[in-house]
Design a protein around this ligand. Structure first.
Ligand SMILES: *[C@@H]1O[C@H](CO)[C@@H](O)[C@H](O)[C@H]1NC(C)=O
Ligand SMILES: *[C@@H]1O[C@H](CO)[C@@H](O)[C@H](O)[C@H]1NC(C)=O
Ligand SMILES: *[C@@H]1O[C@H](CO)[C@@H](O)[C@H](O)[C@H]1NC(C)=O
Ligand SMILES: *[C@@H]1O[C@H](CO)[C@@H](O)[C@H](O)[C@H]1NC(C)=O
Ligand SMILES: *[C@@H]1O[C@H](CO)[C@@H](O)[C@H](O)[C@H]1NC(C)=O
Ligand SMILES: *[C@@H]1O[C@H](CO)[C@@H](O)[C@H](O)[C@H]1NC(C)=O
Length: 507
């Protein structure tokens, strides 16, 4: 492809992006929830204190001499201080996850009283500050013994163990928790951890260059893990509905990584490749949840490598959600043809071979400083509305990592968040049933990719400081102003963002 073609396509896309009007918090429904998020391993630290045992994520991060979440933000000890920061910021909701091995060490058996007390205290602290807890039950931290014993999510035994764990959570915390997500970004969990080589619970080099996608069982494991994830979610959801929902009156949802997808060229091939990519990224798990079976395209592409739902299982999975949680960061361009080597190829492994499409990131390097493409989120919300019966949606993660994040002046993050919130409002105006938006992340965390080097926080955390001092970035005070209604986002702000976006492409 000739370079000028790319430039003209990008311009076309930018010009086609819908216009975002000026807006304030008050343009959103009153019960819409704005929050920020963390997860247990990334925030809590205290990894071997008070009875907690190791998860597959502890195991993986200790394989190398790199960083780990042993201390992280020390949220386990600093939770009161952190809830105070949230309250000062005006957060309406806080998303966090429960560490399975803190609550039930080794994954099965008796409850750890100190773990139980920690989460009760955290939830109580949030409630007393008027902050709505949104709890993720599983965020990459499988008890290591379950990985060692039967391979974790690739074995059906996970369904029983996961259901027993969530039963404890619903029973103990359900009085005060009204929003539950079972599994965090389930699609990435399945193809990342059981296919592409981010092998939680193992010391395999990551990502493994030696995986031969056409022979390795990795591509079978991806779909096997995905199948068990759906069944475990459905089992948790059924338990909640039978045993707790009528008393506790909460909602339970599932979450996937949802990416904006746009054809790389205007050729028919790239258009069709984009539809295939949408089917693999979103339809793979949403079609069973909404309609009770995998998409036909995936069934025929995968043949016997794709597990089959029994009639009874299909019935359990179908409709097993009150909402869909989406994790959204970026838009990828999709092409039917193998890519020239100048493009980052680390996102084009086995799952993408099955999909038979290639992806190009819009950022300068693969996952850092991604370009803000708010219209991509609007497209995702529209796609879910049109193809999956307009489900209630929570945007559970959205945010950006910046190279200069030691600075508190994170203007590009403010602009990114403004643009994406504007895109959510556009989608709502066009009928999307989106009910909440959570910035990733409340503060700098121990990240899955990049450890402490790649941060997303509204609050800066000084990880070299023994006290792990938190300092608000510009984005934190922007969010405060937006939430208290004193900041209007003007349409010029957004236009500025979009013109910078088109300007940064000069290939
Ligand atoms: C970690 O560092 C120690 C001390 O330098 C060394 O002995 C050990 O082999 C290293 N381990 C790994 C996995 O690199
Ligand atoms: C992968 O395996 C297939 C089938 O055995 C073989 O044809 C292909 O050359 C292998 N690819 C690599 C990169 O080793
Ligand atoms: C956009 O460009 C303007 C003018 O060059 C600059 O002041 C602003 O910081 C840029 N914003 C981003 C997000 O790069
Ligand atoms: C708004 O919704 C309608 C009906 O679902 C759809 O046809 C249209 O494309 C949507 N507009 C945008 C900008 O997404
Ligand atoms: C982080 O903390 C260390 C140790 O207290 C201090 O020397 C350093 O200046 C701090 N860095 C920033 C960016 O605040
Ligand atoms: C709203 O938030 C801003 C911070 O951006 C703060 O300066 C202002 O005092 C707040 N106003 C109210 C009424 O709380």
């Amino acid at each position: 492809m000739k370079p000028f073609t790319l430039v003209s396509i990008i311009l076309v896309i930018v010009l086609a992006a819908s216009y975002i009007d000026a807006f304030t918090r008050n343009n959103f429904p009153k019960d819409f929830l704005f929050g920020a998020g963390t997860s247990a391993y990334q925030w809590e630290g205290a990894s071997d204190e008070d009875g907690r045992t190791i998860s597959g994520w502890d195991f993986l991060s200790h394989c190398s001499n790199g960083s780990n979440g042993d201390i992280a933000c020390d949220g386990y000890h600093k939770y009161k201080e952190d809830v105070k920061l949230m309250a000062e910021m005006g957060l309406e909701a806080f998303r966090f996850s429960i560490s399975w091995t803190r609550l039930i060490p080794n994954g099965r058996g008796p409850i750890n009283p100190k773990g139980l007390l920690f989460y009760k205290n955290l939830i109580k602290e949030l409630r007393s500050h008027g902050i709505e807890p949104h709890v993720t039950l599983y965020h990459y931290d499988l008890p290591q013994p379950l990985e060692d014993e039967y391979g974790g999510w690739i074995n059906r035994r996970i369904i029983e163990d996961f259901t027993a764990f969530v039963d404890v959570c619903f029973r103990e915390f359900g009085e005060d928790v009204k929003l539950w997500t079972t599994i965090n970004e389930a699609t990435i969990l399945a193809f990342g951890s059981y296919g592409e080589g981010i092998t939680m619970g193992h010391c395999t080099p990551t990502p493994s260059k030696s995986i031969n996608c056409s022979t390795a069982d990795s591509s079978t494991k991806t779909y096997l893990a995905g199948h068990n994830i759906l069944l475990a979610h459905a089992s948790a959801s059924e338990l909640y509905k039978l045993k707790y929902k009528s008393k506790q009156r909460g909602s339970i949802g599932f979450s996937i990584y949802a990416v904006g997808l746009s054809p790389y060229t205007n050729s028919m091939e790239d258009e069709i490749a984009t539809q295939r990519a949408n089917t693999f990224f979103h339809g793979w798990m949403l079609k069973p949840l909404v309609f009770g079976d995998y998409p036909d395209e995936i069934k025929s592409a995968m043949g016997s490598r794709l597990p089959v739902f029994s009639e009874e299982e299909a019935k359990k999975v179908k409709g097993s959600y009150d909402f869909i949680g989406i994790i959204h960061y970026t838009t990828l361009f999709v092409t039917n043809r193998p890519l020239p080597s100048i493009y980052p190829t680390n996102i084009n492994k086995c799952f993408f071979k099955d999909m038979d499409a290639y992806m190009i990131t819009t950022g300068k390097s693969s996952f850092i400083e991604l370009e803000a493409t708010p219209w991509g989120l609007e497209g995702v919300l529209e796609y879910l509305k049109q193809n999956f019966n307009n489900p209630p949606i929570y945007i559970l993660e959205n945010g950006v990592s910046l190279k200069q994040d030691s600075s508190l002046q994170d203007t590009p993050r403010v602009e990114y968040i403004e643009g994406y919130i504007g895109a959510v409002l556009n989608a709502i105006k066009n009928g999307s049933d989106t009910r909440g938006y959570f910035v990733w992340s409340l503060m700098d965390l121990y990240e899955l990719f990049g450890g402490y080097m790649q941060t997303y926080g509204l609050y800066f955390v000084n990880f070299s400081d023994p006290g792990l001092k938190r300092s608000p970035r510009l984005s934190a005070s922007w969010y405060t102003g937006f939430l208290n209604g004193s900041i209007d986002v003007t349409s010029q702000d957004i236009t500025q963002l979009q013109s910078n976006f088109s300007g940064s492409y000069s290939l």
